[in-house]
Ligand binder design. Structure first.
Ligand code: HEM
Ligand code: HEM
Length: 174
């Protein structure tokens, strides 16, 4: 008989997965189409809205996508690193800080993009410079995110990217 403890568990619900790939696509799009034109601005606002929607969803979601599962903790990071990064079925404590960094940068890009076009900042280049700087920081954060996903997939012998597509991971945490 199949052991229910070994069967695949649904870790990322459809809303979390849809949000993830939509956000990734919009961030990549804004980074390539970076002229600040109408299409860039619409895609940028859509990215910021996707983050807000994800946070609202976290309030209602159960399990690994919920607000409770998104609470970062420095103590948990220390325990996790000391324990030589044991397998986590949801976000690992270190990766959780990266999740918040990615979301914060996207929200700040939306804010600075909007502010840079306000009349009171007419002729002032500083907001555009901050916007460009935030966009660079986001690209660095995404690169680290991909390194983290790749590294932990190797460490845990588990395809984490595939789990963000199917939503499923094998069995409960070790
Ligand atoms: C994920 C969100 C976003 C990303 C990744 C992003 C990224 C970028 C990048 C890479 C540039 C080129 C910076 C440079 O000159 O080197 C840029 C320019 C610009 N962005 Fe965004 N952006 C985002 C959202 C927005 C939003 C929501 C607005 C809303 C108005 C906006 C308005 C602009 C404008 C006006 C420029 C042109 C600035 C200039 O003339 O130099 N962006 N953005
Ligand atoms: C611009 C590109 C990307 C951005 C902005 C981004 C952002 C994020 C965010 C915010 C989360 C947290 C998801 C949530 O809890 O709702 C996340 C998780 C995740 N992302 Fe990405 N992502 C990007 C690209 C990618 C790519 C290309 C892959 C696959 C190779 C990937 C794989 C994952 C995985 C596997 C997780 C879950 C991590 C875990 O198991 O803890 N991401 N990403």
């Amino acid at each position: 008989m199949a052991d229910p403890a070994r069967s695949d568990a649904l870790v990322w619900d459809a809303a979390v997965r849809l949000h993830h790939w939509l956000l990734a696509g919009l961030v990549i799009f804004c980074s390539i189409q970076d002229d600040g034109g109408l299409v860039h601005r619409i895609a940028g606002y859509a990215a910021a809205s996707a983050v807000v929607t994800r946070l609202l969803w976290a309030v209602f979601a159960k399990g690994h996508g919920s607000l409770a599962a998104l609470k970062p903790s420095a103590a948990a990071v220390v325990a996790y690193v000391r324990g030589r990064a044991p397998r986590c079925i949801g976000h690992d404590p270190l990766g959780l800080w990266m999740v918040w960094l990615l979301w914060s940068l996207v929200l700040l890009l939306g804010l600075t993009g909007w502010m840079s076009r306000l009349d009171i900042f007419w002729g002032d280049e500083r907001l555009q410079e901050i916007h460009a700087w935030l966009a660079d920081a986001l690209l660095v954060a995404v690169a680290l995110h991909l390194l983290g996903v790749g590294g932990m997939s190797w460490w845990w012998r588990e395809n984490l990217a595939a789990a963000m597509v199917s939503g499923r991971k094998r069995g409960p945490p070790a």
